[in-house]
Design a protein around this ligand. Structure first.
Ligand SMILES: CC(C)(COP(=O)(O)OP(=O)(O)OC[C@H]1O[C@@H](n2cnc3c(N)ncnc32)[C@H](O)[C@@H]1OP(=O)(O)O)[C@@H](O)C(=O)NCCC(=O)NCCS
Length: 354
């Protein structure tokens, strides 16, 4: 029986950073970022705010939206690539923060596909009767990843009186290709056991292209190193992401539609029957590729990347929450969730609103 999305919730921080703000601290422009990615602005948390904080806020809203009490939740799945601590993950913090009972709480490390994998995992537990209500939350605070100095942060957050050292500008420019893409935010869903095989989660098609592992990764500060973190690694920027943007773009445009067609075939539905494709928001040009490959327009493959950038595990639930609240998810609406990201994990989940 297909699991049903009973509630959704979002938490995004207040600090808005526009492309024009970024152009003050690196060699970039609103025009370059907008035309290459579709991003106009993104949001960042204050120092000291973790992915767990956003996750708790988003999940609490989703539980309330579902009309449940925290004590009724049977399982929690958290997805993040920016946890508060290297170990353990954020699941325990979120579970305690929500006041859930000692239910199973687990972390997924599937980056941009983290939420999609979480949906499928929740459905597996619900459809086999091992849980009645599952909370899935994707949350990211990329702010800590960014290689910006205190002065850079002051400038992007609007303090024009701060002088930006020339070295800071050079360093920020070195990392501009990936640093302009990301933003912070969290989204959550409550899924509950369904009572019909023709509504709720209809099927899924999850994949991992391990050969593309190196397209985006953080090369240093890992347990292959001894010690796992050293000043040498930090000097060499081993703690910052390395990205092959073109390689990711080409695979995302091909593999998300492939996975979507696979799940359609599996469930016996056609592309014409899909009302909404809620796809990972990494780059609006990738979404344009998905639109082209499906012969669909913006209405069916919507984007909110202009306002948030790429919030990694947060994009699918944030966009879905917006669509739901805008009245775009009526009874019978067929939604195809699709994602592609680091790992390289990708896939699609098909859903029909009861
Ligand atoms: C990163 C991405 C926007 C780059 O777009 P692109 O059109 O491929 O641009 P290129 O990498 O070819 O760079 C073109 C030029 O712009 C420059 N450039 C890169 N970032 C820039 C920025 N923020 N501002 C201005 N110029 C920039 C490059 O240095 C390059 O200059 P050169 O031609 O003098 O060498 C695009 O490849 C992308 O979004 N890929 C997917 C990334 C992704 O999904 N990441 C998340 C992983 S899940």
């Amino acid at each position: 029986m297909g699991s049903v999305i009973m509630g959704t919730g979002v938490s995004v921080p207040d600090n808005v950073v526009t492309n024009h703000d970024l152009a003050q601290i690196m060699d970039t422009s609103d025009d370059w970022i907008t035309s290459r990615t579709g991003v106009k602005e993104r949001r960042f948390v204050d120092p000291g705010v973790g992915a767990s904080d956003l996750a708790i806020d988003a999940a609490a809203r989703a539980i309330e939206d579902a009309g449940l009490e925290p004590s009724e939740v049977d399982m929690l799945v958290t997805a993040t690539m920016t946890p508060d601590y290297i170990a353990p993950g954020i699941a325990g913090l979120v579970q305690a923060g929500l006041g859930l009972n000692h239910v199973a709480a687990m972390d997924l490390r599937q980056q941009c596909s983290g939420f999609l994998y979480g949906l499928d995992l929740a459905d597996a537990y619900l459809s086999t009767g091992r849980a009645g209500h599952v909370v899935v939350v994707g949350a990211e605070v990329h702010a800590g990843f960014l290689p910006w100095s205190r002065a850079s942060w002051d400038r992007v957050l609007g303090d024009d009186s701060v002088e930006l050292p020339a070295d800071d500008y050079t360093r920020n420019t070195e990392h501009r290709a990936w640093s302009v893409l990301f933003g912070d935010g969290a989204g959550a869903m409550v899924l509950s056991a369904g009572d019909s095989p023709s509504t709720g989660v209809l099927g899924s098609s999850l994949h991992t292209d391990g050969e593309s592992f190196e397209l985006i990764l953080v090369p240093g500060v890992g347990f292959k190193e001894r010690p796992w973190v050293s000043s040498d690694q930090l000097t060499e920027d081993g703690h910052l992401p390395v990205m092959d943007g073109g390689g990711l773009y080409r695979r995302a445009v091909r593999l998300m539609p492939e996975a979507a067609l696979e799940v359609l075939e599996q469930t016996g539905l056609t592309l014409d029957e899909v009302d909404l494709v809620v796809a990972h928001q990494a780059n609006d040009r990738i979404l344009e590729g998905v639109r082209k490959s499906f012969g669909m327009g913006f209405e069916k493959v919507p984007s909110n990347i202009a306002g948030y950038g790429n919030t990694t595990a947060g994009t699918l639930p944030i966009l879905y929450d917006e669509l739901r609240k805008a009245g775009r998810v009526a009874r019978g609406t067929v939604v195809c969730f699709a994602a592609f990201g680091a790992g390289a994990h990708y896939g699609a989940v098909l859903y029909r609103e009861p």
